[in-house]
Design a protein around this ligand. Structure first.
Ligand code: PLP
Length: 469
């Protein structure tokens, strides 16, 4: 061992090796960092040699110095690696909350890149050459599409609900149907957010039935708001009754100081109902029915970035914009850019809307998925004989706590491996491939639903399966 210790190269020798410069240019690290990494490595190896535990290449050989540089490269690489990483979502669930909900449209991405790379008029009035308001961005397009008098953007819809209650109902009563006291994702409950905001929750009706007279009877001089919450993530069926938005709007309008606010949850701008997908009312319809104010998420069925979009009567929105919390809940320029890009897609009508991934994927027809599945199976079988793959009739979910009872007819590819179990293969796809591939497992088979997979990703999946199998 002693002679091996003596053969350990000195740091300054390694610094003179051509690989030193190569490693620097490949990793983009400073030479001090590489030197320190090499020193650490040599120290560890020295200790292991001393303890007789060293099992790597023999010091003094070319293999040894190659080992040092490759190990240093890998350690430096890890130091600068991201924890947030792209994945391939082969589950078919479009708004997978764990996988980042909506992916953005090309137009949204381009607008984000341009605004992020450059200075912008984020808070600058070009007309006047003076300070402007960030609240004006995206507002114009929201007004255009929804017909609202005014709009405002906050961090997410939870923030929107909070701001609205705090600014408009603090210390006052808000009437909500018992059937609409929703909890979303375990961390957002209408009742808790209400308590937090300082508004007093007045529950009316029963879980399955609430009538207009229930609201009427609950109104008193402390009432500030009627709140309708969209039951985004569950459905009460059977013997049920909810009060329509127009009736609540009229009831609120009869009283001077009572607002009607509808938390739409997902809030759609595209009429999925007309394609027989779900029953989500489009935002402009709800406003037409007389809601004073509505709010919805940017990254659910709207198909944009995480954001809370508030739209409605100008005097109310103005009040919200002036509230102290508006600053706390304000969004970044990149979010505004992504929203504007997505909204511009909507303004352009059918052609534009087809470019929004969430809408596009929701509208994919089973026959398209069947075709994609068949082509995939053929291509995989040409490249690898380790799998058996069959096409299955299946359903995709919308996800993100939206359209809970909607099952989108689909075809999935069911895959099994000659020797690996479904769990083992799923794990390999997650952990031994870059990007990680996320699949569903059902009855010992992996299911690939191509509704949420684009062509480039299809090829990546085939490559991964070929390599891992
Ligand atoms: C999803 C949802 C929210 C929360 O929206 P985020 O944008 O996720 O914060 C609030 N209310 C309803 C009814 C929802 O469906």
């Amino acid at each position: 061992m002693k002679h091996l210790l003596r053969q350990l190269p000195a740091v300054h020798e390694l610094q003179k090796a051509p690989q030193f410069l190569h490693t620097l240019s490949d990793t983009g690290f400073q030479s001090t960092e590489l030197t320190k990494t090499i020193k650490d490595l040599l120290t560890e190896i020295r200790e292991e040699l001393n303890e007789g535990k060293w099992e790597g290449p023999i010091p003094g050989t070319t293999v040894f110095s190659e080992y040092i540089f490759s190990e240093a490269r890998s350690r430096l690489g890890k130091r600068a690696s991201y924890t947030l990483t792209r994945v391939i979502n082969a589950t078919g669930t479009i708004l997978h909350t764990n996988l980042g909900r909506a992916r953005l449209s090309r137009r949204a991405l381009e607008h984000v890149a341009e605004i992020a790379e450059n200075y912008s008029n984020l808070e600058y009035n070009l007309q006047e050459g003076s300070r402007g308001s960030r609240h004006l961005h995206a507002e114009k397009l929201i007004k255009e599409i929804t017909g609202a008098q005014a709009a405002m953007i906050v961090n997410n819809n939870a923030a929107a609900v909070y701001l609205i209650l705090k600014a408009l109902a603090f210390g006052k009563e808000v009437i909500v149907s018992r059937g609409q006291l929703v909890e979303i994702g375990g961390s957002f409950r209408i009742s808790s957010i209400m308590e937090e905001s300082g508004a007093k929750l007045i529950e009316v009706g029963t879980t399955n039935k609430t009538h207009l007279f229930d609201y009427e009877n609950a109104i008193n001089e402390d009432t500030s708001m009627l709140l309708k919450v969209h039951t985004s993530n569950f459905r009460i069926t059977g013997f049920t009754k909810t009060v329509e938005s127009d009736a609540l709007a009229s009831l609120a309008a009869k009283h001077d100081n009572i607002l009607f606010y509808e938390d739409l949850g997902s809030g759609v701008l595209y009429d999925f109902k007309s394609k027989n997908i779900g029953e989500e009312p489009i935002v402009s319809e709800v406003l037409k029915q007389g809601a004073d104010i509505v709010s919805f998420s940017g990254d659910k069925l709207f198909g944009g970035p995480q954001a809370g979009i508030i739209a409605g009567r100008k005097e109310i929105i103005d009040k919200l914009k002036k509230h102290q919390l508006a600053r706390v809940l304000r969004v970044d320029k990149m979010t505004l850019a992504a929203l504007e890009g997505t909204l511009a897609d909507y303004v352009k009508g059918k052609e534009g809307v087809a470019q929004i991934p969430v809408v596009r994927d929701l509208l994919k027809e089973p026959h398209e998925l069947k075709e994609t599945g068949n082509v995939f199976i053929r291509r995989l079988q040409e490249r690898s004989s380790s799998y058996s793959a069959t096409l299955r009739e299946d359903f995709s979910q919308v996800g993100g706590g939206t359209m809970p009872d909607v099952e989108l007819p689909a075809y999935s590819v069911a895959l099994s491996h000659v020797s690996l179990t479904a769990e083992e293969l799923a794990r390999k796809l997650r952990l031994e491939n870059n990007p990680p591939i996320i699949v569903r497992i059902k009855k010992e088979e992996l299911l690939f639903d191509f509704r949420t997979v684009d062509e480039r990703e299809e090829e990546e999946i085939i490559q991964a399966l070929t390599r891992l199998g």
